[in-house]
Design a binder for this molecule. Structure first.
Ligand code: NAD
Length: 484
């Protein structure tokens, strides 16, 4: 069998914020797994850059501990960790000052691809871009990776885009949304545009409605202060759910190329209707015996931000007019589960009579857990007793479908970082996409603020507030059960 791992050219990856939580939990273990798989050439280097004063050996120790704690790869040869640590360097750099910048630029090897990963607070994105430019590191071989949040409204996102654009071309800016790196999300495009089966039905004539759910069981954890300033709308809907909605709803691009795909996504965002207050439900989780409520978790008794949101969204274009999209995301819900469900219409007429019941096809794209897809198909219930119909899922769980390698499906960060090195922006958000998403989000949030709307309470471990059930029941539909 031909190896599926295609090595990338030697590169330098500088991780600003290399000692931080995201770097330790996600970025460094992802790089280690790519190294294990043979995708990273031995000459490639990973340079941690942060304000903390560490020697190279101390940082290597931090990396070794991060791998020990967070790496999930099963089969790495003995000695791989040591070989990986050889690739690691560290520079003590202050994003807002001059310390360390000369050391960093001295380390750079001219002519090789270099990526600068901004895994730091958003207030440092601008200062980092400025200093990279000032110290001669913003040349044609450079690219920057920018973490979320990208602004907190249209104005701040525009300002950030403008600052980055002073120092880097749009083709060098990789705005990361790790949802786009998930195997299933890319498979969504493969299923839609690689098969004849689905696309002819992918419109309001055949699709009754679409549900996108991202449910978490955890609360706000240690991110209370940040979360209270964002809420689920800014933290999840404006970026992750919006990206999923775009991939589901977009027209087929003429080719699978970054701008062709992103042009189509942008058209979806621009076709979104304003959302009436009656079509949104916001919630905050309450307390349980052993756990505090949301307001305590975010340390703000008057918190008006939401830990849950459900909304009905309409897309005003020829393909989707008349097919609502129901979006739902929240914390402390009954299960950790993310999925997109495309619920098709019932057949126009049942030849089997009333006792056969009413059935519909549902295509479910599971993002987590058990990445994969199901297609519910109606068949005859086996055995004698007449024509009774049942719905059975055609299950494509990737871990099973792809054989032994499928069990080790690359994590989103692995794929996305390798795309940065290869210079492929397809799975990254373009500046105008982010701005369009904020332009749609801003009036909704401004409306809440102007009216003084407050989220309603919901029980931890539930499916969210009762009002969210009403939101969909009044349309004669029901939410899919949240289960892992
Ligand atoms: P963190 O606070 O754990 O780490 C911040 C890092 O920035 C540290 O390495 C620190 O040394 C460095 N730093 C701080 N001030 C600096 C300065 N002046 N100059 C140079 N380095 C400086 O933060 P985090 O949780 O790793 O998050 C980093 C970014 O990633 C943030 O933008 C966050 O919103 C985003 N993000 C984080 C997560 C997550 O799960 N942690 C998820 C999605 C996005």
């Amino acid at each position: 069998m031909v190896s599926r791992v295609i090595p990338v050219d030697p590169f330098d990856l500088v991780i600003f914020g290399g000692t931080g939580d995201l770097a330790r939990r996600k970025i460094l273990p992802a790089l280690f797994r790519r190294f294990c798989s043979g995708q990273m050439e031995d000459e490639s280097r990973i340079i941690g850059a942060a304000r903390s004063d560490h020697t190279r050996d101390e940082f290597r120790q931090i990396v070794a501990e991060a791998i020990a704690e967070f790496n999930t790869s099963k089969d790495c040869e003995t000695g791989t960790v040591e070989a990986f640590l050889e690739r690691i360097d560290y520079v003590n750099v202050d994003a807002k000052g001059e310390d360390g910048w000369k050391d960093l630029s001295d380390l750079m090897i001219p002519g090789r691809v270099r990526a600068f990963y901004f895994s730091v607070a958003p207030s440092l994105f601008g200062p980092l871009a400025e200093r990279l430019h000032a110290h001669g590191m913003a040349d044609a071989d450079s690219r920057i990776v920018v973490e979320k949040p990208f602004g907190r409204d249209l104005e701040t996102a525009r300002a950030l885009n403008a600052t980055l654009a002073q120092h880097f071309d749009e083709s060098q800016i990789y705005r990361i949304d790790h949802y786009l790196g998930k195997e299933t999300v890319q498979n969504l495009m493969a299923v839609r545009f690689g098969n004849m089966l689905f696309e002819p039905l992918w419109n309001s004539q055949y699709v009754d409605h679409i549900q996108i759910t991202v449910a978490e069981t955890v609360g706000v954890g240690g991110r209370g202060e940040y979360y209270d300033r964002s809420g689920a709308m800014r933290d999840m809907v404006q970026n992750h759910l919006m990206q999923l909605l775009c991939l589901i709803a977009m027209e087929p691009p003429a080719k699978f190329d970054p701008d062709a795909v992103r042009d189509e996504k942008l058209k979806v965002i621009r076709a979104l209707d304003d959302v009436e207050p009656a079509n949104i439900v916001r919630g905050q989780y309450g307390a349980t015996k052993g756990a505090q409520d949301y307001a305590h978790d975010v340390e703000n008794p008057r918190a008006t931000s939401e830990s849950f949101i459900a909304m009905r969204v309409n897309i005003s274009n020829w393909r989707w007019a008349g097919t609502p999209f129901y979006l739902r995301t929240g914390k402390k819900l009954k299960a950790r589960s993310s999925e997109i469900a495309v619920i098709f219409k019932e057949t126009p007429h049942s030849i089997f009579g009333a006792e056969a019941g009413r059935h519909r096809n549902i295509l479910t794209i599971r993002l987590q857990p058990n990445e994969g897809m199901d297609l519910d198909v109606t068949i005859k219930e086996p055995g004698p007793g007449g024509m009774r119909l049942i719905d059975v899922p055609l299950d494509m769980t990737f871990a099973e479908a792809l054989g032994p390698d499928g069990e080790d499906v690359p994590d989103a960060y692995e794929r996305l970082i390798m795309d940065v090195i290869r210079g492929n922006q397809t799975l990254f958000m373009r500046g105008d996409e982010v701005e369009a998403a904020w332009a749609w989000t801003d009036p909704i949030i401004e409306g809440w603020e102007a009216r003084g709307d407050r989220p309603v309470s919901y029980d931890p471990g539930s499916s969210g507030p009762e009002d969210a059930l009403v939101l969909i029941h009044r349309d004669g539909r029901r939410w899919r059960e949240i289960r892992s």
